[in-house]
Design a protein around this ligand. Structure first.
Ligand code: UD1
Length: 432
């Protein structure tokens, strides 16, 4: 298994290209199931999760053509054509779903197009229980009959789905996306109230509109969908990854550096930018994206609470915690979206961090330095927080279980090294 070795203490300077957003690409790929015509997605990131979704879709009968060449403008993203001419299977098997929770996003499209779907329950997950009850309740409200048997969701709607008003009791990105896709082919009008407003949801909605769907209220918490008889092919560019962008902003901040994020969108990160500005980071738009620099001031501790968009993203909480370890003063970091999302705390503590957890809050007291150590983490964002800590730490940090990082960060070590970090991947056997 690969490892990543970091020798800390170098401040990062330069520029890097932000990849297409993983969390936008996954639902967009699932949307290809809604039509028998070709959906072309541009700016797809090269990531393990994208491959998992591609494997899942192929066994449903989607033919997938990937074009590995860089698109114009130095974009590293590839172009993929997805054609679901006929659906070969409406079952999403356990072996694929257990690898990636986002597999559940095929449920809504399969049900809407074929009148049935069998999708394995995703099961436990490292960051809390993460149920799918909101997805199921919403589909039932659209008229689906749903049974849970032998670890599978068995959904049927032999006479099609019928639009209605669905009020989500809790904001859920995945449930909003599943219901939005299903509602495009339902009879009549569907209102999704208390819908997630994440930019990835809006990106999906824009793509569905390009495919012929009728959706109003994009970007708000109330989506109105007027069902249509069928969708057609389209070409859609995946938005830039705001979580990847935020992660590299924090890499610049923790090392006292200055990085230009090419393709980065400040508008998608207003909560993070407000918090980091208070912490001493400067931001400036550029022709190609924006710059983040922490060259003029020391880092200061700031309190943060994760919230649904447009609040501070839970997917940047672990990185923020690493950053606050390097700040003057203290920071209270509160996680409100997921239980059990502090697995990075004991690993940061092994590097010398001073963190006390009380329930959903962690009190981080800044320390003058961290010390490199062998570390590992059990999820994607926790892993990358240890990379950030390693960039700041004295000495050498070796990150194990790099496959977590590879699920969500494209060429992480190359992008960091391109800005002057001393970081390298140690491949397979050499790393064993
Ligand atoms: C998506 C993102 C993930 C991010 C999360 C929150 C993708 C592929 N993943 O995950 O990176 O951390 O949004 O921004 O886009 N919940 C229920 N019942 C449900 C569904 C969710 O109780 O049926 C709860 C979850 O346990 C969690 C909260 O709702 O506490 C938010 O989860 P949700 O927004 O659904 O996350 P995902 O879509 O799985």
């Amino acid at each position: 298994m690969d490892k990543i070795r970091i020798r800390g203490g170098k401040s990062l300077h330069g520029s890097l290209h932000v990849s297409g957003a993983k969390n936008a690409a996954l639902p967009l790929m699932a949307a290809s199931l809604l039509t028998d015509q070709t959906l072309t997605l541009v700016n797809l990131p090269h990531l393990a999760d994208i491959t998992t979704m591609a494997n899942l879709l192929s066994q449903h009968g989607v033919s997938i053509h990937m074009n590995g060449h860089a698109a114009e403008g130095g974009h590293t993203g590839r172009v993929v054509e997805l054609s679901a001419g006929t659906i070969a299977s409406t079952t999403a098997p356990y072996d694929l779903v257990r690898k990636m929770r986002a597999s559940v996003l095929v449920l809504g499209p399969l049900l809407a197009r074929c009148g049935q779907a069998q999708v394995s329950l995703p099961g436990g997950c490292a960051i809390g229980t993460r149920p799918v009850d909101l997805h199921i309740q919403g589909l039932e409200q659209l008229g689906a009959e749903i049974e849970l048997r032998e670890g599978y969701v068995h959904a049927r709607a032999p006479r099609g789905l019928t639009g209605t008003r669905i009020l989500f009791p809790k904001v859920s990105v995945g449930a909003t996306e599943n219901l939005l896709m299903a509602a495009t082919l339902a009879r009549g009008e569907t209102i999704l109230a208390n819908a997630a407003r994440e930019p990835e949801v809006s990106d999906l909605a824009h793509c569905l509109v390009a495919m012929g769907a009728r959706i109003e209220g994009i970007g708000t918490d109330t989506l109105r969908v007027i069902g249509v008889d069928g969708l057609h092919g389209a070409t859609h560019q995946v938005i830039a990854d705001r979580i990847e962008t935020g992660t590299y902003v924090m890499a610049a901040a923790i090392t006292g550096g200055d990085i230009e994020l090419i393709g980065g969108r400040m508008d998608d990160l207003t909560a993070m930018i407000a918090v980091l500005s208070k912490a001493g980071v400067d931001f400036e738009p550029t022709d190609r994206g924006f710059r983040a620099a922490r060259t003029r001031r020391p880092l200061r501790g700031v309190d943060v609470m994760t919230e649904p968009y447009p609040g501070f993203p839970t997917d940047l909480q672990a990185q923020m915690m690493a950053l606050m370890c390097a700040a003057e003063g203290a920071a209270m970091i509160t996680e409100t979206i997921f239980e059990n999302r502090f697995m990075h705390v004991p690993e940061l503590a092994r590097m010398g961090a001073d963190i006390t957890v009380h329930g959903a809050s962690a009190l981080v007291r800044g320390v003058p330095y961290l010390t490199g150590a062998p570390v590992m983490a059990t999820d994607l964002r926790a892993s990358v927080s240890l990379v950030l800590a390693g960039l700041f730490a004295r000495g050498e940090t070796v990150l194990n279980r790099v496959y977590h990082l590879d699920r969500g960060y494209e060429r992480l070590e190359e992008k960091l090294a391109g800005c002057g970090a001393d970081v390298e991947r140690i491949r397979g056997e050499a790393a064993a």
